[in-house]
Write a protein that binds this ligand. Sequence first.
Ligand code: F6P
Length: 324
Amino acid sequence: MKRIGVFTSGGDAPGMNACIRAVVRGAVYHGIEVFGIRRGYSGMIAGDVYKMESHSVSNIVQRGGTILKSARSKEFMTPEGRKKAYNNLVDLGIEGLVAIGGNGTFTGAMIFGNEYGIPTVGAPGTIDNDLYGTDYTIGFDTAVNTALDAIDRIRDTASSHDRIFFIEVMGRDSGYIAVQSGIAGGAELVMVPEVLTPISEVVETLKQGWSRSKSSSIIIVAEGDEEGSAQEVADKIKVQVDENADIRVTTLGHTQRGGPPSAYDRILASRLGLGALEGLIGGHKNVMAGIINNDLVYTPFEDTIRLPKPINEDLLRMVKILSV
Ligand code: F6P
């Protein structure tokens, strides 16, 4: 393989730049030319690419976001869009791809690979940590720490005013960010999409706290929770508990997607970027590089997309025990 392309796609995640750096520097080390494709599949269709050298990735290991930019391309979901992308890759002599992204990115890569045979190896980049085939995804650790920083600050003011706070964190259909930031932040309860926490249980938890002289509470709500958004949960609670209860809602939103990556994410991204590149050189295709129990593994895109990544229910149980 003489020439490859690298791109980021879907929601950005802190550590994507460290991953791009590892792919580019690894390619230079192995004597392979590497082209950066801007805005994921949109750039592939538009032919928005540039040749990257070692210096193209200087001074980015510490930066959030992605220097290659990111997008979710509707056109790539059509056969016509994929044909344009394929023709551009052929014209440029690109023989393989490293795709940094999440579920949607790998779904696109799998379809493209099956249609045109271009080998792609993925590196999991998403704050959601919702991909089967790796213990952690690039950006998750930073997002948890960003959420935790906000939770700590909210706890100060919640305590001063004897308030109940419902804090909504991201994660799409996954409760990983909620569970980890909730445990680290000492939350009274964590509500996740994987396991239903009925409103009656939230009310019960709050009442038990009051009976033990707790004057403030923090409840973390994952954005995909079945009971609704943090605001909707708070509205339902309001009518069921003491009408004088002082309730506030904070939605952390896209703050969780930005900021410098943690040391953990930079190291993970570097391992996965190099792992994806060397997997591609070694003949892997249509697989995602992941780290499981500290070992580099490759999992077919089909499995990373199809198989669920279960949440650790012991951790949810622990939240309840520790908030007694
Ligand atoms: O997948 C990452 C993520 O941040 C999810 O947690 C969230 O549901 C979604 O992307 C938000 O997407 P957008 O940036 O398009 O609003």
